[in-house]
Design a protein around this ligand. Structure first.
Ligand code: GLU
Length: 471
């Protein structure tokens, strides 16, 4: 059975949600409300491409507006449809709630393959889509703030921001209408790496808890762990690179659209990524074995599987054959509800999407607040903190003389620049959220896994608003 023959993505999300919500005391009406999206906007529009009109179809769904703006990415891909966008919007609500980011949940998409268009045509399509979103309030610093997702990046965000700014020159907060912008357009350092970085922080935090690592039947520590990554897009690339270069993981397998690569010694992520950029695929990469049926590597012998591509990649048809003991959902919805049940029965541990890939929206939150503050993080305090660090070093040197451990200097002089502040804010967010989720997992007999625990945490936070404060 292939991934596209499975029950819909929204069906899967709904099933997992129902499982969790039945373990909360949310009133039935509110439980029903949060089981589906609040609004869905579908738009068709025309763009003249190479002298001919072409029609494009896109969506923006909002799952919850309990906090505003509603937040979530915009993807450009041929697999985009209303069901997918609705499922992703629902996951955004829960994702923001899990990491305590004060946004509602939304998601958008345009059904097209960006590789089929020239840069110029894609720019024009992006601007037209932004205009359609703006007309209905789906591009607005106060109401709905998109971000990058599959098939979109800094350039698309910059163009959409420019459309908004052109239409609202009087809005002093115009830059906050979208996140993931390039730095010169009000973006923030560390946003591009943020989702992959968050995946790394999530895994590091998981490995700090011996009880959880035991539950996954793995020996302690990330160092030397054998990892397979599916998808070397923005998220998969950064996660794999950091795990390899900073945590000592062996990236044994990488799965891409045109097949997979395998190396028992571990792949060099940077070099595979460079090859992929240049050749549009991994076939022919010199330092590894090429596997034509790339998805078969999902079942390979490894410790940790990191699906970082599309939804529904692990399904009823292959869940029995997954070898990895730990699955880290860097993608949204890579495991179907049916597969989730099979994997749970097999004792596999899943770090769920709504937590594992929440790094992107967390740093989007930092970007949005930076735009509203109209000041770069660290701008005001950097020199002050620096001179305090210098004074502390001088005092210690005077007291200790030769005994001052020079190694300590690094910790003292680490600059409070934007990138360091963003990374430390993200790390803190990921650690705290994991601790809250695992507390629910371990303290309740009716909560069998981290996903159900994450849902319960999120549903509690969102539900509280609806039961206490909403009309
Ligand atoms: N597209 C990313 C996600 O799915 C980021 C969303 C955002 O930053 O708003 O989480």
């Amino acid at each position: 059975m292939s991934a596209d023959q499975h029950p819909s993505f929204m069906h899967s999300v709904k099933r997992m949600y129902d499982f969790a919500v039945s373990r909360t005391d949310l009133p039935p009406g509110i439980a029903e409300l949060l089981g589906e999206c609040r609004t869905v906007y579908q738009v068709r529009f025309q763009v003249k491409i190479q002298g001919e009109y072409q029609v494009f179809k896109g969506w923006r769904a909002t799952h919850s507006e309990h906090r505003l703006p509603a937040k979530g990415g915009i993807r450009f891909a041929t697999a985009v449809n209303q069901d997918e966008v609705e499922a992703l919007a629902a996951l955004m609500t829960f994702k923001c709630a899990v990491v305590n980011v004060p946004f509602g949940g939304s998601k958008g998409g345009l059904c097209l393959d960006p590789r089929d268009y020239s840069r110029e045509d894609l720019d024009s399509i992006t601007r037209h889509f932004a205009l359609e979103l703006e007309k209905k309030g789906y591009l607005s610093p106060a109401l709905n703030v998109p971000a990058p997702d599959m098939g979109t990046g800094q350039r698309e965000m910059a163009l959409m921001a420019d459309v908004y700014r052109t239409l609202h020159p009087e809005d002093i907060d115009a830059a906050a209408c979208i996140t993931g912008k390039p730095p010169e357009m009000g973006g923030i350092d560390g946003r591009t790496e943020a989702t992959g970085r968050g995946v790394q922080y999530a895994m590091q935090e998981f490995f700090r808890h011996a009880e959880d690592v035991n539950a996954a039947n793995l020996p302690p520590g990330l160092d030397g762990k054998r990892v397979v990554v599916q998808g070397l897009g923005n998220v998969g690339y950064h996660a794999a690179k950091f795990l390899e270069e900073e945590d000592g993981c062996l990236i044994l397998g990488i799965i891409e659209r045109d097949g997979g690569l395998w190396s028992d010694k571990g792949l060099n992520v940077e070099s595979v990524f460079a090859y992929l950029q240049e050749n549009g695929g991994v076939k022919g990469y010199p330092d590894a074995e090429y596997v034509a049926d790339g998805t078969s590597l999902l079942e390979a012998d490894c410790d940790i599987l990191v699906p970082a591509a599309l939804e529904s990649q692990i399904h009823e048809g292959n869940a029995e054959k997954i070898n990895a003991n730990l699955i880290v959902e860097a993608a949204n919805g890579p495991v179907t509800a049916e597969a989730d049940e099979i994997l749970r029965k097999r004792g596999k541990i899943i770090i769920p999407d709504m937590y594992a890939n929440a790094g992107g929206v967390t740093v989007s939150y930092f970007e949005w607040t930076k735009n509203l503050a109209h000041m770069r993080f660290g701008k005001m305090g950097r020199r002050f903190l620096q001179s305090r660090a210098d004074s502390a070093i001088d005092a210690l040197k005077q007291a200790l003389g030769d005994k001052f451990p020079e190694k300590m200097r690094e910790g003292f002089v680490k600059e409070a620049d934007e990138l360091n502040l963003v990374r430390s804010g993200l790390e803190d967010t990921m650690c705290e959220a994991y601790q809250e989720i695992r507390e629910i997992w371990h303290s309740r007999d009716d909560v069998p896994d981290l996903r159900t625990a994450a849902y319960i945490l999120a549903i509690g936070r969102v539900g509280h608003y609806y039961t206490e404060y909403a009309l």
